[in-house]
Ligand binder design. Structure first.
Ligand code: AHR
Length: 320
């Protein structure tokens, strides 16, 4: 499908081993409809995807949708027209994918969802999803916040992009965790669109509405960038983030480890930026010997606290 004139060594090997039509794994071309660059985590995911493509000898075409689903749909159509070997989509929002996915399926192009899930009446429209358990992430950070506040806390919540699966699921998981504690409530909740500036702006309005922040015990941000924005807002209001207002979030980017090491944040659940690696592996296996991947290739979720933050920061900084 990809226009290359020779069959490289691995392709010949595949032919000899399988005795079927040769598929040369090192000629794969993948189109990646990426959300944008709204967060440090997103930038890391794109960087890792490029590194993994190079390691796996895949030609990777990345399109930046600038947080708009219509741009992602256009990109997918263009990848279908180009006849790529696989399509990766990090879906901005969860709904509205069926018709473009049907076009990819009709063209026999496998589609992998990266880091976000979709809602569809026909799951056969995509091959597999490589994501974390985003409900679990919300649950883990909610349980942890309960522990560090003795199950008593007035919480403000900074939600991710409206309609995106991590925003829906992290809210759900966190809500389930704190529901076990009658003295923990979310008193305000609004979207900061997964951006640092959005998180700061919304946190400023929460602080104003909540007795200049004195009535807020903690902020739960659906990602680290909004958490960092909230930290700035808390400081500008003359309060101490991490102490006067606790800060918990999700992603595990270096800036959040730095904030924890400086005593300005209290916890994060790491989301692996390596979503593309497992997807390349699954796509190559599918193409070489028709191995059907698991429908949900789950990446791990790990809670980090200030106790190990400096070491984790030092370890991660060069990778980002
Ligand atoms: O889908 C993953 C989320 O998207 C990350 O938590 C966030 O940083 C990004 O924008």
């Amino acid at each position: 499908m990809t226009p290359k004139s020779t069959i490289p060594a691995f392709g010949v090997l595949a032919l000899l081993m399988t005795g079927t039509a040769a598929f040369a794994a090192d000629t794969l071309t993948v189109g990646f409809a990426q959300v944008g660059s709204e967060s440090g985590w997103r930038a890391a995911e794109t960087k890792v995807a490029k590194q993994k493509a190079q390691q796996d000898n895949v030609t990777l075409k990345i399109s930046d949708a600038q947080q708009k689903q219509e741009n992602e749909i256009k990109a997918v159509r263009s990848f279908v027209a180009q006849g790529v070997d696989g399509i990766f989509i990090a879906p901005v929002v969860a709904t509205g994918w069926d018709s473009v996915l049907r076009e990819a399926k009709d063209a026999n192009i496998p589609v992998f969802l990266l880091d976000r899930q979709i809602e569809t009446s026909d799951p056969s429209l995509y091959t597999a999803a490589v994501t974390s358990d985003t409900v679990l992430e919300g649950h883990m950070i909610g349980d942890y916040l309960a522990k560090i506040t003795n199950n008593k806390c007035r919480i403000v919540e900074l939600q991710g992009t409206v309609g995106s699966s991590p925003a829906i699921n992290r809210k759900k998981g966190f809500g389930e965790a704190i529901a076990a504690h009658p003295d923990m409530q979310i008193v305000r909740s609004q979207s900061g669109d997964f951006t640092r500036s959005g998180g700061k702006q919304v946190m400023e309005s929460f602080i104003k509405a909540e007795n200049n922040g004195h009535d807020i015990c903690a902020v739960f941000a659906h990602n680290d960038d909004m958490g960092i924005g909230a930290i700035q807002a808390i400081k500008e209001a003359g309060l101490k983030p991490g102490t006067d207002i606790k800060v918990v979030s999700i992603d595990g980017v270096p800036d959040m480890f730095k904030a924890m090491a400086d005593g300005e944040a209290n916890g994060t659940v790491e989301l692996s930026p390596n979503m593309a690696g497992p997807a390349f592996k699954a796509l190559i296996a599918l193409k070489t010997d028709h191995t059907q991947p698991q429908k949900w290739i789950k990446t791990p979720s790990t809670l980090y606290t200030p106790a190990t933050a400096q070491a984790e920061y030092d370890r991660r900084k060069p990778l980002y």
